[in-house]
Design a protein around this ligand. Structure first.
Ligand SMILES: [Mn+2]
Length: 309
């Protein structure tokens, strides 16, 4: 039995399926992918017969295009392929024999990891997978990915994602493959606790400092609070929106190395419209826009012109 797993590279919910695969199967390979590369990654391997050497192929926390799904439906990959995902936009994949996309079940929001875990327990159960430490860790990943940790106040879920940032994907996987084999109960070791505490303090300080530097500007009738930030973007956005809800309608976070993020402070404020003004897009309460490619040069030139006489 040889398994190939493809999962989402970007977060805990994408990385955890690798750990579960390690606990479930002896012989496996995996690849962590970003959303835009999934289709081409699979297409290339379909063409080269790459999947022939595997008995089972999984895709977790990710979807594929309808075109590719049709192609797979008419290929030999179909028999050993299984998608386990929870994104609304991928529900159409349930029309295929290999698609299993569930956003929520019995009022509980699913994640890629929780769906894959259930699948493994149904088809490939073993004593290791059934351990409390494993099911608890899966529940933390689900709580984090669905943001339900906030509702239930389970800080441990956020702490686990902080550890992923520090370990990096490969180390995190290695570490938890060992930890879950050794431990029947889930816990953070002393060094991890120190790391989590330090990060927590750094984050508080960072957010406090950003609060002080926030600039208020009106753009297209919106009162905006604007900051530059490179870290803790989503939490910073939430804190600013909450703290300044009387004074501003939305938060604009400029991440110089990447893009602009918009957060709405109120129900009725649609930041996707705001993002469009900056050639971006998104949802009603969270949206984003790209930065000009020559921004660094513009800023540097502006500094030099304005200061160097
Ligand atoms: Mn997910």
């Amino acid at each position: 039995m040889k398994v190939f797993l493809m999962s989402h590279v970007a977060d805990l919910d994408g990385v955890m399926p690798v750990v579960l695969t390690d606990l479930a199967f002896e012989d496996y390979d995996y690849e962590l992918l970003d959303i835009p590369e999934v289709d081409s990654f699979i297409e290339e391997r379909l063409a080269s017969d790459f999947f022939a050497s595997y008995d089972q192929v999984f895709l977790t926390d990710l979807g594929i295009s309808k075109e590719l799904a049709d192609k797979i439906e008419n290929s030999s990959l179909k028999e050993k392929f299984q998608i386990l995902d929870h994104h609304q936009g991928n529900l159409f994949l349930n029309d295929y024999s290999f698609g299993h996309v569930v956003v929520s079940e019995n009022g509980i929001l699913e994640s890629g990891t929780s769906l894959y875990y259930k699948y493994l327990l149904t088809h490939w159960a073993n004593t290791l997978l059934a351990r409390d430490s494993v099911s608890y860790m899966v529940s933390l990943v689900r709580l984090l990915d669905t943001w339900e940790w906030k509702k239930y106040g389970v800080e441990e879920a956020l702490d686990l994602s902080t550890l992923l940032v520090y370990y990096g994907n490969e180390k995190f996987i290695q570490n938890y493959c060992q930890f879950l084999r050794k431990n029947r109960e889930f816990y953070f070791v002393e060094a991890e606790k120190v790391l989590i505490e330090t990060d927590h303090r750094k984050k508080q300080e960072y957010i406090e400092k950003k609060k002080e530097t926030m600039l208020k500007k009106e753009i297209a009738g919106y009162r905006l609070g604007i900051v530059f930030a490179e870290q803790y973007i989503s939490e910073l956005g939430n804190v600013l929106a909450e703290t300044f809800q009387e004074e501003i309608d939305a938060v604009m976070i400029i991440r110089m190395d990447r893009s602009i993020s918009f957060r709405s402070c109120k129900e009725e404020v649609d930041v996707s419209r705001l993002a469009q003004l900056f050639h971006g897009n998104g949802h009603v309460h969270a949206a984003g826009a790209p930065l000009p490619e020559d921004l660094y040069e513009l800023v540097i030139n502006h500094l030099i012109d304005g200061m160097v006489k």
